[in-house]
Design a protein around this ligand. Structure first.
Ligand SMILES: Cc1cc2nc3c(=O)[nH]c(=O)nc-3n(C[C@H](O)[C@H](O)[C@H](O)COP(=O)(O)OP(=O)(O)OC[C@H]3O[C@@H](n4cnc5c(N)ncnc54)[C@H](O)[C@@H]3O)c2cc1C
Length: 500
């Protein structure tokens, strides 16, 4: 049997894995990307049903225009020409008793939308957005760290130092009186309530979204992964699909390669993992599992979700709906989280609805639409979704799908159930099975003050030659966050001492 040798092996083709693989290949390293599924992308994939392109998970990505983080990243990978982005101009957030319509237009437009609704909160809102802006600038400046800034850190990064332990709740309670504006400001792509979400994370996210905008890739979310994979292959990279990495071979403290589940051995002195850190630890010989386990002790995962994929021939254009709608029914921002931690789901859970065909009609046959509904749910719901009993699982899934369809029809798309072409659902178990993210964690590690930025695991592991990327590492979760982990890890690997 001939054993294939590589300069680098990347295990897992999520955004972190794809990015690091593409950058290593571009620098001339003979690189192999191992993926256990039939396609690359991890969470960022699309699939086809009856001629309709369905996005498996996400709804948008930030910073795709010149000047944005993702634009530069794709350019560095050489994938920027492979993909076209559509700006998302309108978003609507519907809460109990009021709604916020947001138009892409930076800080001023965001301030105006909120001031129209909450004129009495002007002072707090100005202070809040000023903080967000300053934190955003410090984070940007942190990425271009110089020696002098390092030495004078507390001077250059006053806000990062001051707020590193602050939760969003602390800031909201300090600056605002009313509950409604707090609810509006806590409408974010994170699964933690205000009492547990890091304010630095919130400020970074809001400032980036307002400064750099959000976008949808033409052809569906999966196009992002396809574009990076195309660039990787163009630079000589090799992709092995349906190859599950099972063991990392180590001699002394030197990495020797990866053994797959069906017994193929790939040799390399350098392995990068884009998979859950618990799974990674189990792939190592016993003596190396402990140091890795020590590093990840106490880390907390983000929550999971239920996703309903719907195709309909309702005339959604005449309903004048925006691409993205956040629908919240509960007023108490902590209640839903507390229920989920007990393994329960509220009667009227928050729903996030996106309709990609409103941005790109080619995703479905004429007069048809793809609607995706995302609901945060606990992994432990009904004893882990009737795990082990397929009939029970099917029933729980169907009951929950019906509940969402019912709410969607009442609140959002009248007559929907008479115009269904198909619907299909994914549970936390589906997410876990397809991507290896334990408990179906949507965003890897939760973004609490203890788990942001440099407090997240580094790319380097205790074993020289073994690196990790993805949304369990620095700097954060999300498509851009996980991609940046791949960029930073590639830079670290390509520095002299690690060079293979
Ligand atoms: C429902 C949902 C909605 C989201 N919405 C957005 C959004 O709108 N915008 C945004 O920016 N982010 C969004 N995110 C978050 C974002 O998608 C993730 O944070 C990011 O894509 C994670 O990338 P990753 O590199 O960590 O890899 P993952 O996506 O976790 O992929 C890991 C890969 O490794 C593979 N793998 C696992 N084990 C093995 C093995 N043993 N051998 C080989 N391969 C293996 C898996 O099959 C998978 O392909 C969303 C996530 C979810 C779940």
């Amino acid at each position: 049997m001939s054993i294939k040798k590589y300069d680098a092996i990347v295990m897992g083709s999520g955004m972190g894995g794809l990015t690091v693989a593409a950058l290593l290949a571009k620098k001339g390293l003979k690189t192999l990307l191992l993926e256990k599924e039939k396609q690359v992308g991890g969470y960022v994939v699309s699939f086809k049903r009856d001629g309709v392109t369905c996005d498996a998970t996400g709804a948008f990505v930030g910073g795709c225009q010149e000047g944005g983080d993702f634009y530069h990243l794709l350019k560095e990978i050489g994938a920027q020409e492979e993909i076209e982005f559509i700006p998302v101009h309108h978003i609507q957030n519907i809460y109990p008793g009021f709604k916020v319509l947001l138009h892409q237009g930076g800080f001023d437009s965001y301030m105006e939308a909120l001031l129209n609704l909450f004129p009495e909160e002007e002072k707090g809102l100005k202070a809040y957005l000023s903080l967000v802006k300053q934190i955003g600038q410090e984070v940007k400046s942190y990425a271009e760290m110089t020696r002098i800034k390092k030495v004078l850190f507390p001077f250059y990064f006053r806000h990062l130092v001051r707020f590193h332990k602050s939760t969003h709740k602390l800031i909201l309670d300090h600056l605002f009186r009313g509950g409604e504006i707090k609810m509006a400001l806590h409408t974010l792509p994170a699964t933690e309530p205000p009492s547990r979400l890091s304010f630095l994370f919130v400020a970074t996210l809001i400032s980036k979204a307002l400064m750099e905008g959000v976008f949808y890739p033409k052809g569906g979310m999966g196009k992002i992964s396809e574009a990076i994979a195309t660039s990787f292959c163009r630079h000589g990279g090799e992709i092995a699909l349906q190859k599950e990495a099972e063991r990392i071979l180590v001699r002394g403290r030197r990495i020797e390669g990866v053994l797959t589940k069906e017994g193929t051995l790939f040799e390399s002195p350098l392995v990068v993992s884009d998979i859950n850190p618990n799974h990674l630890a189990k792939m190592l010989p016993l003596e190396f599992q402990k140091p890795l386990a020590k590093k990840r002790r106490g880390f907390e995962y983000s929550l999971s979700c239920f996703i309903l994929y719907i195709a309909t021939d309702c005339d959604l254009i005449s309903l004048d709906l925006p691409y993205f709608t956040y629908l919240r029914f509960l007023s108490d921002l902590e209640e839903e989280d507390q229920m989920m931690r007990r393994g329960e789901i509220p009667n009227h859970p928050t729903m996030i609805v996106s309709i990609p065909t409103l941005l790109d009609s080619a995703l479905a046959p004429p007069n048809q639409h793809f609607v995706k509904v995302l609901v945060n749910v606990p992994y432990r719901y009904q004893e882990a979704w009737g795990k082990g009993d397929p009939e029970k699982y099917r029933r729980i899934k169907e009951d929950f799908s019906q509940k969402i369809l019912h709410q969607l029809e009442i609140k959002f798309i009248p007559g929907l159930r008479n115009h269904l072409l198909f619907y299909e659902a994914a549970t936390p178990l589906t997410l876990e099975r397809y991507t290896g993210n334990e408990v179906g964690a949507m965003y890897g590690l939760a973004s609490t003050p203890q788990q942001i930025g440099n407090l997240r695991p580094s790319y380097q592991t205790p074993l020289p030659g073994l690196f990790q990327v993805g949304h369990y590492t620095r700097p954060s979760h999300g498509i851009v966050g996980a991609s940046l982990s791949g960029l930073f890890a590639a830079r670290m690997i390509l520095q002299k001492p690690h060079r293979v």
